[in-house]
Design a protein. Structure first.
Length: 377
């Protein structure tokens, strides 16, 4: 469970379903446009941007796949038409840059609704501005190119992912960090971590940290500290992990006593459903490999120690758990949670006999596979 929530649009909610055919969309577009999609007459540039914002926030009247996709097609058509009108009014550089971003976002959505059409639009947009010498335009076009590359992240091999991370770090050093580039950086880094290329993700975060330090803006120091903790975690594979704190029975934890064992360091809480769902497998693997050198150390994120104790007793957990010593150091404020930038649980880190981290995602079948590899031989 992630500590940060997110909102999903109706279109994203049905994106996994078979896409509506272009013919269906064409039929929908033959119908009269509802008033909210009609371009305002004689509107100036600011009014047209406001119109686009209203259009994008207009929800579909039905939640079926066909209705959502047809509604999205109308939104795209209205936004692109507004962009055309703005360009006829000779916008300044800032306004034209915004038009470029609006077009690109519309083509991204179009690619979901009508595969191929969105990509074609993006390619044409990139080509149109490829030779443009304006710095702000090149900054935006460069960012959009990275967004396009990032869409294929899952299909990339590890070396291609690392190359993308390096290229994006170079882009940040040239153009600096902004709201859009920050969002893309976080999305890329999280995606790379999810796909097991944590060091490439750390590379992106390091570039962001460097740019944030240059800004010296309010709140930047706190964000830098958070990202540095995240980098510390992402760079753990192949390196020694520090684990210290106080156990649930009030004793100082002795990490050295675990050297020579394969240890699962499990960040969890009683309120976390996926954490509790993993407990049977963890107990099964401990019974199977405990005599061969496998151990578990829990890092508990409960604010309520009674809730923690209830799960320990009901699940008959036999391993040591580290907890916060007071209200200020419990939950997401646990020192190890903050030190390693833990953003979601369960986070299951497997440490080898030499004390060096083997995996940042040792859960389920992956944990079982790694234990067989490390302890069955």
């Amino acid at each position: 469970m992630n500590r940060f929530g997110f909102a999903a649009t109706a279109l994203a909610a049905v994106a996994g379903i078979a896409l509506i055919s272009p013919a269906t969309i064409a039929d929908e577009e033959k119908k009269p446009e509802p008033p909210q999609f009609e371009l305002p007459k004689d509107a100036d540039i600011d009014a047209l941007f406001a119109f686009m914002n209203r259009v994008k926030q207009t929800p579909p009247t039905e939640r079926t796949k066909e209705a959502v996709y047809a509604h999205a097609a109308k939104q795209i058509k209205a936004v692109l038409a507004a962009c055309d009108v703005i360009m006829k009014q000779k916008p300044n550089d800032e306004q034209e840059t915004r038009v470029v971003m609006e077009r690109f976002a519309a083509y991204q959505t179009l690619e979901i609704v009508e595969p191929g059409a969105g990509a074609k639009g993006q390619t044409a947009l990139m080509k149109q501005y490829a030779e443009d010498k304006r710095a702000e335009i090149q900054k935006v076009i460069g960012l959009l190119k990275f967004q396009a590359r990032a869409s294929g992240l899952q299909q990339m091999k590890a070396d291609a992912q690392t190359a993308l991370a390096n290229d994006f770090a170079t882009y940040l050093s040239k153009h600096g960090i902004g709201q859009q580039s920050m969002q893309l950086a976080q999305g890329l880094a999280q995606g790379l971590e999810f796909m097991g290329n944590s060091k490439a993700g750390a590379l992106i975060y390091k570039a962001v940290i460097g740019e944030l330090k240059k800004l010296k803006a309010p709140g930047a120091d706190a964000e830098v500290e958070r990202l540095m903790a995240t980098v510390r975690r992402l760079e753990l594979p192949g390196n020694v992990m520090k684990v210290e704190g106080t156990t649930a029975d009030g004793k100082a934890f002795d990490w050295k006593a675990y050297r020579g064992k394969v240890v699962l360091v499990d960040f969890w809480a009683s309120w976390c459903g996926p954490c509790r769902a993993e407990l049977p497998n963890m107990k099964e693997q401990l019974a199977k490999y405990g005599d061969k050198g496998f151990a578990i150390v829990g890092i508990n994120l409960d604010d309520d120690m009674e809730a923690y104790q209830k799960i320990v007793e009901s699940e008959e957990l036999s391993w040591v758990n580290l907890v916060g010593t007071n209200e200020e150091t419990r939950g997401w404020n646990h020192p190890l949670v903050k030190y390693y930038g833990i953003q979601g649980i369960p986070t299951a880190i497997l440490v080898g006999k030499d004390g060096k981290v083997v995996s940042l995602s040792a859960r389920g079948e992956e944990l079982n596979r790694l234990l067989a590899e490390l302890l069955d031989k």
